[in-house]
Design a protein around this ligand. Structure first.
Ligand SMILES: CC(C)(COP(=O)(O)OP(=O)(O)OC[C@H]1O[C@@H](n2cnc3c(N)ncnc32)[C@H](O)[C@@H]1OP(=O)(O)O)[C@@H](O)C(=O)NCCC(=O)NCCS
Length: 148
């Protein structure tokens, strides 16, 4: 990770935070880059943040450049969602640092199993995740039904 000790004019460095009071407009701008999240709006994102248990963000000065978030019972299970790094900043270990900060977060240290759904299994396998024999199923509510 290019951390705070690697400051130079040519080397951007990134700060990481677990504060949840982030600007939902910046988050929605990040969501625009992810096919599964590019229709999300500021109001819903703001509400989502208030109900999410752990949020890890990456910053280049005041710009939100990465995020990952966790829903959990703090003991048995935690699910990881919305791991996104701004395309401009990908390939600089930000995603790796976000996942490691989730796995090592003090509030999550008792969690037995972390679960996630991904289209990038290679990225997570390098971080120790495996698919084992688990299969996932989803039930999705339509956009129309969500607005009723
Ligand atoms: C996947 C993602 C979060 C990775 O973030 P990143 O900061 O670019 O990743 P890192 O720089 O920490 O990369 C770590 C390693 O994973 C690899 N990697 C990065 N993105 C990858 C991807 N999409 N698929 C497979 N491997 C990937 C890198 O090549 C690197 O490998 P190396 O250590 O051998 O060099 C980022 O590319 C992203 O936001 N993609 C779009 C959204 C997405 O697909 N999210 C994941 C689905 S939940």
């Amino acid at each position: 990770m290019q951390g705070t000790s690697a400051i130079s004019p040519l080397t951007p460095y990134f700060l990481f935070s677990d504060r949840k009071d982030i600007d939902a407009a910046q988050l929605v701008a990040l969501y625009r880059q992810a096919p599964w999240a590019n229709t999300r709006n500021i109001e819903d994102a703001h509400e989502m943040l208030s109900h999410t248990d752990v949020v890890i963000t990456a910053w280049n000065e005041n710009r939100l450049v990465g995020l990952g978030r966790v829903l959990t019972d703090y003991v048995y299970r935690a699910s990881i969602w919305d791991v996104i790094v701004d395309t401009t900043y990908q390939g600089q270990d930000i995603g790796t640092e976000i996942i490691q900060r989730i796995l090592q977060h003090p509030d999550l240290k008792r969690v037995e199993l972390f679960w996630l759904c991904t289209r990038s299994p290679d990225f997570y396998e390098k971080l120790g995740f495996s698919s084992k024999e688990q299969t996932g199923m989803v039930w999705a509510r339509s956009k129309h039904a969500r607005q009723e």
